[in-house]
Design a protein around this ligand. Structure first.
Ligand SMILES: [Zn+2]
Length: 310
């Protein structure tokens, strides 16, 4: 009951924050179209697929099946990274908010599965290492604490050698969230994910055959029309709020977009967003502390009542 209240307040804050952020992000990425999306997915199978048992988005990457030569032919490292950032923003502002609404719980982290079948030191080439390192840098700098758990599956002896080197660079907190599993991983994954949300190639029952495979569909609460309608309502409120802020500071929409290109306003907005996110985390902690204090007080009152009634 108490966590329900904390979850509801945090969800409201999350939706409010997302509704203001989405407006700025639309401006920032308005000219970026990742037309090579399907071609990239074919040579680098990865994507969001449903939710875990708690309701967090599930992200799956089959890094062992990546065809790096084709990948670098259909896109560039720069464009891939830009796409990665826009996907991360979508998770932060759309997927988490949709998952929170669907589960009626505050959700702000992802469960990930990395299939490393066939990955070893020999096929982890320099460009692959560079891309991997760059993405890790972005994620740990700009999206910390969004990883709930990472299950690395199909880890063979080659990968384990590589893992020793990679994990040395991870902080202890992150390392604790990661489980490296061999080919007997199914029961571990099914503890965390319902079979209907887990693709068949990982031991679940989903095939998404009508979409050509599980990693092409982006299935999840964020594509549910009913949830999207509720979110749209929030987002349109955010636009009104953002327009008001701009006119107040004498920067029109056009002016704002020009400023974004120079990076000045974008930086200020990014700073503001970070502050708001910190505030959200602080608020959740404060609410939890207050609720636990309230419970202690209630218990204490009950004990006192019993004493006086004797
Ligand atoms: Zn599927």
């Amino acid at each position: 009951m108490e966590t329900d209240i904390a979850d509801n307040i945090c969800m409201e804050l999350q939706l409010l924050l997302a509704s203001t952020k989405i407006h700025f992000i639309r401006g920032y990425f308005q000219d970026f179209k990742f037309d090579e999306y399907e071609a990239v997915k074919k040579c680098y199978p990865h994507g969001y697929h449903g939710v875990d048992r708690y309701g967090r988005p599930l992200y799956i990457e089959r890094i062992g099946s990546v065809d790096l030569n084709t990948l670098l032919r259909v896109t560039t490292v720069d464009r891939y990274i830009k796409n990665h950032i826009s996907e991360q923003e979508k998770t932060l502002n759309l997927r988490y908010a949709a998952c929170s609404l669907a589960a009626r719980k505050y959700i702000a982290s992802t469960t990930s599965i990395l299939d490393v079948k066939g990955v070893g030191t020999s096929n982890f080439s320099k460009p692959a290492r560079e891309l991997f390192t760059e993405i890790q840098k972005i994620d740990s700098t700009y999206y910390p604490e969004t990883l709930h758990r990472l299950y690395i599956v199909n880890a063979g002896s080659g990968f384990r050698v590589l893992w020793k080197a990679i994990s040395a660079f991870l902080d202890a907190r992150t390392r604790l969230k990661i489980q490296v599993l061999g080919n007997q991983y199914q029961s571990k994954l099914l503890e965390a994910v319902d079979p209907s949300n887990l693709p068949d190639f990982l031991g679940g029952s989903c095939t998404c055959s009508e979409y050509g495979g599980c990693l092409l569909k982006d299935k999840g609460p964020w594509t549910d029309p009913e949830i999207n309608n509720i979110l749209q309502e929030y987002f349109s409120r955010g636009e009104k709020f953002a327009d008001y802020e701009e006119s107040d500071s004498k920067i029109g929409v056009d002016g704002f977009q020009q400023e974004v290109q120079t990076g000045d306003v974008a930086e200020q907005v990014a700073q503001k967003i970070l502050e708001l996110e910190d505030c959200l985390v602080d608020t959740k902690e404060l609410i939890e502390t207050l609720l636990s204090k309230q419970q202690k007080l209630t218990d204490h009152i009950e004990q006192l009542k019993k004493l006086t009634s004797v």
